[in-house]
Design a protein around this ligand. Structure first.
Ligand SMILES: Cc1ncc(COP(=O)(O)O)c(C=O)c1O
Length: 400
């Protein structure tokens, strides 16, 4: 019998981290590798937020805090929900964790029993199904293809719900597609949920502030106040505030659920880093103008990547509403062969050949539950993106 737990055997390591590791290994061996796999902004944490972290160190804010966050951060989070989403939450309805990932993990650990189903629209962020499995639940992926803009339709949601459904995990704008739900699209989904009172919503609003053109972000409890008592609204400072390494995520929801999540955290990691919490207070309460500046760069890069990838033979790349990802289809490349003789039969073989033959690291679509596609993170310098897309174009043109 294996020394490792049976639970662990059900989950796989994060494929996005695996791609980054492989690219790093090739780079260390001297290869000219461009990594488009990592899901984080290339901008530094803004100076005023860094200063708040330094100040926390200098003023001795370096001890244990309350398990689920300092009062100052909870009140900044309540103010954020009111300001940005029109949602009223009290500090007792708020919890802070070491990143958005831990928030979601705590919620699933706190609520799932064997047999409980969690509806997850695909393409999904790679961690959702594995976190559900780790918590003993059953992920129910609902495929939402390029034909429906990679978005869950009310009909598909209705069909996926069973008496065992406990949660719908909702993510807009989405990792990996950047697709965002309009208010009326979201209302179509919340109308379905109103007919199924046993289903709760876990909304992952991590990319709320990274939206472009005239897209307006909205979140389930705001669109359908009737869902407020069974919605966990999760968010974090990682992406919009360029704070991925600081590890602060947060959520708001019903007091009993928040207390249960606190219990999980109290017996695992305890409080998130005290210094990061003070930096997050400044992030949420301080100036936000840098977000518009960063977004201008993201839009420019998105447009560059979409245009160049659509010119690559066999690729189709929709224009996303937000986040910093594109999710092109490689349907036109399937069945072709690379100059080195590799048959492109899946998006995984495409991504592997692209990395090995051109040095461009992307994440294959099967990791996100919808194929044949790949994910590009365009949170990197324009020149790097131009070079990477040129290599992708050359690679696609070389297939026969
Ligand atoms: C959709 C989504 N949710 C949550 C997270 C986790 O964020 P954090 O780094 O705060 O744990 C990510 C990070 O990639 C993400 O893309």
């Amino acid at each position: 019998m294996s020394f490792l737990s049976a639970t662990l055997s059900r989950v796989k390591p994060s494929p996005t981290i695996a791609v980054s590791n492989k690219a790093a290994e090739m780079r260390a061996a001297g290869a000219d590798v461009i990594g488009l796999g990592a899901g984080e902004p290339d901008f530094d944490t803004p100076a005023h937020i860094r200063a708040a972290g330094i100040n926390a160190i200098e003023t001795g804010k370096t001890r244990y805090t309350a398990v689920d966050g300092i009062a100052e951060l909870k009140s900044a989070i309540c103010a954020k929900f009111k300001r940005d989403n029109g949602l009223d939450y009290t500090p007792a309805q708020v919890t802070v964790s070491s990143g958005g990932k831990q928030v979601l993990y705590n919620a699933l650990m706190a609520t799932l029993n064997p047999g409980d189903e969690v509806v997850i629209p695909a393409p999904y962020w790679v961690s959702y199904p594995d976190m559900v499995l780790l918590a003993g639940g059953t992920p129910v992926a609902v495929e939402c293809g390029i034909d429906v803009g990679f978005k869950l339709t009310p009909e598909a949601l209705e069909a996926a719900i069973t008496p065992k459904t406990k949660w719908l995990i909702f993510n807009s704008p989405s990792n990996p597609t950047g697709a965002g739900y309009t208010r009326s699209e979201l209302k179509g989904l919340t109308d379905v949920l109103m007919r199924h009172p046993h289903v709760w919503v876990m909304t992952d609003d991590m990319y709320e502030h990274l939206v472009y053109d005239d897209f307006t972000f909205c979140t389930p409890a705001e669109v359908e106040p009737g869902l407020y008592p069974r919605t966990l609204t999760t968010n974090g400072v990682s992406k919009a505030y360029c704070m991925t390494g600081w590890r602060i995520g947060y959520a708001a929801g019903p007091v009993e659920l928040i207390a249960a999540m606190r219990k999980v955290q109290s017996q695992s990691t305890s409080n998130p880093c005290s210094i990061s919490q003070w930096a997050a207070v400044e992030a949420l309460n301080g100036p936000h103008d840098f977000i518009a500046e960063n977004n201008a760069a993201f839009v420019r890069r998105r447009d560059l990547v979409v245009e160049m990838l659509n010119k690559a033979e066999g690729l189709t790349c929709p224009v996303p509403d937000g986040a910093f990802y594109v999710y092109p289809s490689i349907a036109g490349c399937i069945g072709k062969t690379t100059p080195k003789g590799t048959l492109i039969d899946t998006d995984e073989t495409f991504a592997t050949a692209l990395l090995e033959e051109t040095g461009v690291a992307v994440v294959f679509g099967a990791a996100f539950g919808v194929s044949p596609n790949f994910r590009v993170s365009y949170a990197t310098a324009d020149d790097t993106l131009r070079e990477a897309c040129t290599r992708i174009q050359t690679f696609c043109a070389s297939l026969s």
